[in-house]
Design a protein around this ligand. Sequence first.
Ligand code: GLN
Length: 485
Amino acid sequence: MDMHQLSLTDISRALAAKEFSASELSSHLLARIKALDPQLNSFISVTEELALSQAKAADARRANGETGALLGAPIAHKDLFCTQGVRTSCGSKMLDNFIAPYNATVVEKLADAGCVTLGKLNMDEFAMGSANESSHYGAVKNPWDLTRVPGGSSGGSAAAVAARLLPAATGTDTGGSIRQPAALTNLTGIKPTYGRVSRWGMIAYASSLDQAGPLARSASDCALLLQAMAGFDPKDSTSVEQPLDDYLAALNLPLKGLRIGLPKEYFAAGLDGRIAAATLAVVEELKKLGATVKDISLPNTQHAIAAYYVIAPAEASSNLSRFDGVRFGYRCENPQNLEDLYKRSRAEGFGDEVKRRILVGAYALSAGYYDAYYLQAQKIRRLIKNDFVAAFQEVDVILSPTTPNPAWKLGEKNNDPVAQYLEDIYTITANLAGIPGLSMPAGFVDGLPVGVQLLAPYFQEGRLLNVAHQYQQVTAWHTQAPTGF
Ligand code: GLN
């Protein structure tokens, strides 16, 4: 088997058994990226030199007797994790010239664990989008069908891992940006509980919703990465000081007696019937493993998109005010005065979707409208959270489709932002409530991957990985690779 066909779990084992070195593996994958990524556009930067030196260092550490599941494991980061000495663009012209002066905590932790960074991955501009078409560096293509989107905003991460350019990648999820692209490209991805993974050094979109997590080929691969990424960080005031669970140990727990809830609002109008069928087939499989199933209701789901698209832009409008042409990134040419500098730097540096969100957010926060929009949205957010807290009195996990539709054609929803916003219907509630969510492969419709979402109570990432891993022990959807890659 070629090295690139191995999962992260296999690679970890093979490196430990010295079947090949980290340097050999990185060189192989860098050559593959060079040969195949022009079809996908999943990388914004390939960090060949950094990768080869990290791989050499990992090999040296291993030669010195060091062990460690990720020692020499190749990964890449979504291009919003600050990476010291490397351009960190956030998919925007605004930060095209920004070389990060420090590492994000996630980058630092994975580097300490011995990961080799192959590059920085394409994404929707400032993580705003569900199709990876709003990037300053161009759209990313879905390796399952190059005429379709890979999902977003972590579309580069998803496309690169799905195409076997590398075994795993980091992503971030503000309203679904790990789970939705994972679903559209046949990967497993997990958004941890808000506060479980440090946001320090992650360029902020909506600070009360953003969380980082891994995208990989299986639940066990995700467990390996999450174990190294997660944990308390004194540099992030929203990071939670609570010991980490052992995610790898959790994988093998039996599912006997697991109570699964099926929320009726997640199977309502707008859902592709074939995706509903694939989702229910997963439920049948889990029943065979000993799970029981219950119909539940999350009655405030219908208000989630409206609330999210007030809260996320409101926070974005505030976070993005720091990009003013003075301190970071793009500055317009020949400014006439300070106001001209601000106005033109922002007008020229930001793309259309980012401007739309800043306008919506600034409006929702403005005097006279704050109570009518922002405050109301926060109240809905609390109701959505309460729905989950009540549901988890009765069930251990909630299962639903990840997305209402499979991957759509490039350009198809470009001129209709609301149609794109509606694709987030099943994922954004977890961000609003702060609970963890996972998407795993669940089959195909017309050759396009379908994902199923699992949600759990706060800090039960281990449970999600456990259920997905047990499912993946008895099914093979997650092992399917797109032809041509
Ligand atoms: N599609 C959603 C948005 O555009 C979610 C994006 C994300 O999770 N970063 O806001």
